[in-house]
Design a protein around this ligand. Structure first.
Ligand code: COA
Ligand code: AMP
Length: 624
């Protein structure tokens, strides 16, 4: 069946379609009901199915005879370590770690926050939780203590799992003091912490609360997979929204397993035994879906890379990993290749390695700019495939469906909707726009399996953020258009979310931090174009009357405050003091126009603006 037929079947007969896909995973009890709608047009997939996600990722592969195949390869240029685990070994490690958690009282439904660097123990911790039916919430290691505290407060975990440190190129970043500070800040106190001690830093353990990973696991009995309902949550992953408070995206067990297994064929055309490398971080959705779960569901070998595309040690790092581990499929964010290209414009490093195993390169996380696409195509001579997705969906909304039919690529387009996603471009009233016209990208309900069930303990926020804006649709928050051939072009967010080096951040959250400075009367933060990172935040600040602080000093303090509260990952480095902020007569700050001015784009003066001369002033200040 070609793409068109498969897509139509998924939209016209979704239950039949997803029943077939559900047949590809190992259920403890296969579902009889495929879809159950709820009042809001959303609903549950496979509501009476019973399974265990860790069983599907690990034990099922052992049962299928892949026990001696490598499941996980850890490659860490920052420490020099390389280690691999067969499916037999990874299953045993996960079962023992799950047993250790169970012995300390973790059971089905308990939340466990995981704050770890890119080491195998992070994967073992995630799968160990899944084995018990506990709900993990991984927090990216680049987030500061305050961000961790916000997540601990919201998820109310029984345990926190961490490591003594992460390693950023040559910098050792101690994690444990950040965990201690976060627990101190949060009103919710986890019962215990498990700490994996790395040789680069020794964490101090609090008596009675903190346990050494190695000691805890040494005495543990292996735990069997606990049967869970398909609709039980597997994990919560917090992502930036438009307000200061991140949203806890809740993923189920059943829909997730079915959708990700299907995606490995549809999007990546992966077969069991393939070596799959998603060069991301387990703290992001790409890491959850394509470092940990999907490659294991598909019987592949997954790579866990603790390093950067450049500086660990050079721009040949990616090609070296491909050669050393015979990587077949590589997935990363465009910014990673922009960094490589900047340091190695002629791709000389590529010539130094044998990358013959590589079949395809996949990119997502931000818009794939045509120059990066062209550079990669030209130098690798490989198919370079863009695909569009979000933390909320967990797998590609749009892709080139190479597993069923390879379509011609169009630079700048993430190609076509994946089966299951009825993607439309609509105006604010919800009317479908004609081909070529830009608007909001929305997906007609129901969403396919694998997408978010709700926002953690906040159905109202789920409803308000995603379902209410355009009735009958899931609002993606992205804008773009669909051309006459049905190709989808995603042009960027229509809200206050920005994308910095493939990392999704909220300008609203940064504004909260900046506004809390005693000298700041008012502020706004926008995402300005950056050649390497796609976007970087830019702050515009109005000082309180009578405040006499030096502008450079204020900028330094604000930069430090954002690092301290959100993390270095926010890349907040510029705060410009202005006399006034451009606003509409009703007092709304004109963020879009500020962004256009910052990017040197042509902008039209909105008719609703209070005082148009402010725009000229800001233009002069930014580009003087
Ligand atoms: N823990 C602690 N700090 C971290 C961190 C982590 N896991 N990840 C990043 N940081 C810090 C960095 O050390 C840096 O701090 P500094 O300002 O003190 O130098 C800051 O956060 C910004 O990091 P980063 O965005 O990684 O910038 P960079 O200049 O070090 O590297 C790239 C630039 C393009 C090489 C890098 O951003 C990259 O590899 N991007 C790919 C992104 C990606 O995989 N995204 C996932 C979505 S698919
Ligand atoms: P995240 O939830 O962190 O995965 O970020 C999702 C956001 O990244 C989307 O809403 C888009 O704005 C952007 N994004 C992801 N993939 C693409 C892509 N292929 N093209 C354009 N934007 C993308």
């Amino acid at each position: 069946m070609g793409y068109n037929a498969e897509f139509r079947r998924s939209i016209d007969h979704p239950e039949e379609f997803w029943r077939d896909q559900a047949g590809a995973i190992n259920w403890i009890k296969a579902p009889e009901t495929i879809w159950q709608a709820t009042d809001n047009g959303h609903g549950d997939w496979f509501p009476d199915g019973i399974l265990n996600t860790s069983d599907i990722a690990l034990d099922a592969n052992v049962r299928a005879g892949r026990g001696e195949q490598k499941a996980l390869i850890y490659d860490s240029p920052v420490t020099g370590a390389k280690r691999s685990y067969t499916y037999n070994e990874l299953t045993a490690e996960v079962a023992r770690f799950a047993g250790a958690l169970a012995a300390r009282g973790i059971t089905k439904g308990d939340r466990v926050v995981i704050y770890m660097p890119m080491i195998p123990e992070a994967v073992i911790a995630m799968l160990g939780c899944a084995r018990l039916g506990a709900v993990h919430s991984v927090v990216f290691g680049g987030f500061a203590a305050h961000e961790l505290a916000v997540r601990i407060e919201d998820a109310r975990p029984k345990a926190v799992i961490t490591a003594s440190c992460g390693i950023e190129v040559a910098k050792v970043i101690e994690y444990k003091p950040l965990v201690d500070k976060a627990i101190e800040q949060s009103t919710h106190k986890p019962e215990f912490c498990v700490v994996y001690q790395r040789p680069q830093a020794q964490a101090q353990l609090h008596d009675g609360r903190d346990f050494d990973w190695t000691e805890l696991v040494a005495g543990a009995d292996p735990a069997d997979p606990v049967p869970v309902n398909a609709t039980d949550p597997l994990y919560i992953l917090y992502t930036s929204g438009t307000t200061g408070k991140p949203k806890g995206v809740v993923r189920d067990n059943g829909g997730h397993a079915v959708a990700l297994k299907y995606s490995m064929k549809l999007v990546y055309d992966a077969v069991p035994g393939d070596v799959f490398w998603a060069a991301s971080d387990v703290g992001w959705v790409v890491g959850h879906s394509y470092i940990v779960y999907a490659p294991l569901f598909a019987g592949c070998t997954t790579i866990l890379y603790e390093g950067k595309p450049v500086r660990t040690p050079d721009a040949g790092a990616f090609w070296r990993v491909v050669q050393d581990h015979n990587v077949n499929l590589l997935f990363t964010a465009p910014t990673a290749f922009r960094a490589v290209r900047k340091e190695d414009p002629e791709a000389d490093q590529l010539q130094l390695y044998d990358t013959g195993s590589l079949r395809r390169i996949f990119l997502a996380g931000e818009r794939l700019d045509p120059p990066t696409y062209d550079w990669l195509r030209e130098h690798t001579q490989l198919p370079v495939l863009d695909h569009w997705w979000q933390t909320e969906t967990g797998w590609a909304i749009c892709c080139n469906p190479v597993g069923i039919e390879t379509l011609a690529t169009k630079p700048g387009s993430a190609t076509v909707p994946s089966p299951g996603y009825n993607v439309q471009v609509v105006d604010p009233g919800g009317s479908q726009l004609p081909a070529g016209e830009q608007g909001q990208i929305a997906v007609r309900l129901p969403l396919p399996p694998g997408c978010l069930m709700t926002v953690w303990e906040n159905d109202q926020r789920f409803q308000d953020s995603y379902l209410n804006p355009v009735p009958g649709f899931y609002s993606s928050g992205d804008g773009g258009f669909i051309d006459e051939d049905g190709y989808v072009f995603v042009m960027g967010r229509t809200d206050d979310v920005i994308n910095v080096a493939g990392h999704r951040l909220s300008t609203g959250e940064m504004e909260e931090v900046v506004a809390s400075h005693p000298a700041v009367a008012e502020c706004c933060v926008v995402g300005a174009h950056d050649d390497l990172k796609g976007q970087v935040p830019l702050g515009l600040v109005l000082i309180k009357d009578g405040a006499t602080i030096d502008h450079d000093e204020l900028e330094e303090e604000l930069v430090e405050m954002v690092r301290e509260n959100i993390g270095a990952i926010a890349c907040f480095q510029r705060a410009l003091v202005v006399d006034r902020l451009p606003k509409t007569r009703s007092g709304k700050i004109l963020r879009r126009v500020i962004r256009q001015i910052a990017d040197g784009e042509a902008y039209s003066v909105p008719g609703t603006i209070d005082d148009p001369s402010i725009l000229e002033e800001i233009n002069d200040q930014l580009h003087q």
